[in-house]
Design a protein around this ligand. Structure first.
Ligand code: HEM
Length: 219
């Protein structure tokens, strides 16, 4: 029965070819360092799932943001776990993406024909850092507030357009409700859309080109 259903679906969707291309493709001899990209991918899924769950109770306004985070941690069933997974997952993701990038550098996997895979990776790294920066403000506690004051001031030392960048980031001259709304919007809409599109292209290229073999002496 199951075989007939899968045959019926394959005739119409051609899913077997897609399955074979993704999961049954040939890979060269690899080692554990090659799993770092997949580990980052796993964490990206963790961040998306736990992030969506957090938005059920989180309120992005100066009046309620702090209390809503306290409520999530103290009152919501398993809220502490969901928040913890999201909080520590964020740090783990930065570390894993950094290590994945390092393995790509050490193996020379950024070279022809994987230049575009590398470029999408650079934007993925920027997206991950952007998630960290915008997410840090959301609990709206003292640490979040002052870290964002410092972070936006650092951006303000950019030559010529520094003041403009500061005002775009803060939504004015000072940190306010507008800043919180802006950071929240970027954190839950702009960056996830960018991350998912970039991951799609990144993985398409990894599958299309195939994974690079370990470099040999003299190569
Ligand atoms: C959210 C972040 C990222 C995810 C989820 C991700 C995911 C992956 C996966 C699953 C692979 C295949 C397995 C592997 O080589 O580990 C891969 C390969 C690759 N990644 Fe990433 N990656 C990310 C960030 C980056 C960054 C920051 C760079 C570099 C700037 C990068 C450059 C590459 C390159 C060049 C390959 C091809 C490696 C080869 O063919 O040997 N990636 N990535």
């Amino acid at each position: 029965m199951a075989a007939r259903v899968s045959e019926w679906l394959d005739e119409r969707l051609g899913w077997r070819k897609v399955w074979e291309a993704i999961f049954l493709r040939k890979v060269p001899k690899t080692n554990w360092y090659y799993t770092l990209g997949s580990a980052a991918l796993f964490l990206a899924v963790n961040q998306i799932v736990t992030g969506i769950l957090l938005t059920i109770y989180y309120v992005p306004t100066p009046d309620h943001a702090y209390d809503s985070v306290q409520f999530i941690t103290g009152q919501v069933p398993a809220g502490w776990l969901i928040r913890g997974l999201h909080h520590w997952g964020a740090s783990a993701m930065v570390i894993l993406v950094g290590l994945h990038m390092l393995r790509v550098i050490v193996h020379g996997s950024y070279k022809y024909p994987r230049e575009v895979t590398w470029f999408t990776g650079v934007f993925l790294l920027l997206a991950v850092i952007g998630f960290g920066f915008t997410g840090y403000l959301l609990p709206w506690d003292q640490k979040a507030f002052w870290a964002t004051i410092v972070g936006t001031r650092i951006a303000a030392v950019t030559p010529l357009i520094g003041d403009w960048i500061l005002r775009v980031m803060r939504g004015g001259d000072e940190l306010s409700a507008v800043t919180l709304a802006r950071f929240f919007g970027v954190h839950v809409w702009v960056l996830p859309a960018a991350l998912l599109s970039l991951i799609l292209v990144h993985l398409y290229l990894v599958i299309r080109i195939g994974i690079s073999a370990l470099p040999k002496r003299g190569e």
